[in-house]
Design a protein around this ligand. Structure first.
Ligand SMILES: [Ca+2]
Ligand SMILES: [Ca+2]
Length: 154
């Protein structure tokens, strides 16, 4: 009887021990980021998204006086409903490709990412989408993050 109690006690003890401490939970979230300006569906406003549409959604990272998108070499990029973007790690759709294009015709190249509409985690109640990318700006690795409004057609 005593042995059984001890076994149960040890079992519960090991469960508590195995539950992740807060430090490792923090490592799961996205690291420090550089804020950037983005434009979902460049040249279009409002940014209407039809979730049943097949195809790609373009998201431009704009070159500004503080961020040169043409010097950013991406390794991975995500687009997520802003309500889920923070705190739950890097969630959402993965970019399928990207290319340089001056989407706002200001003479400076912007970086346009494409996401499969079917991969998006947006819903009919989504009002904002957050873009996150990891890459390097020549010398060091950086994370960039930007948010734009969306109008979702379910
Ligand atoms: Ca737009
Ligand atoms: Ca531009």
């Amino acid at each position: 009887m005593l042995t059984r109690l001890l076994t149960v006690f040890l079992f519960i003890g090991s469960l508590c021990f195995l539950s992740p401490p807060s430090a490792s939970a923090q490592e799961m979230t996205c690291p420090e980021h550089t804020p950037v300006g983005i434009d979902i569906k460049p040249a279009d406003h409002p940014n209407k998204i039809n979730l049943t549409a097949k195809g790609l959604l373009p998201v431009a990272v704009l070159t500004t006086p503080t961020f040169d998108a043409s010097q950013f070499a991406p390794e991975m990029a995500h687009l997520s409903d802003s309500r889920m973007a923070m705190g739950a790690g890097c969630v959402g759709a993965d970019a399928v490709r990207w290319n340089l294009d001056d989407v706002n015709r200001d003479g400076r190249l912007d970086l346009v990412f494409f996401f499969k509409i079917q991969d998006l985690n947006l819903t009919s109640t989504s009002t904002e989408a957050t873009f996150m990318a990891h890459g390097s700006d020549g010398s060091s690795g950086i994370h960039i993050l930007g948010t734009d409004s969306v109008q979702v057609k379910p």
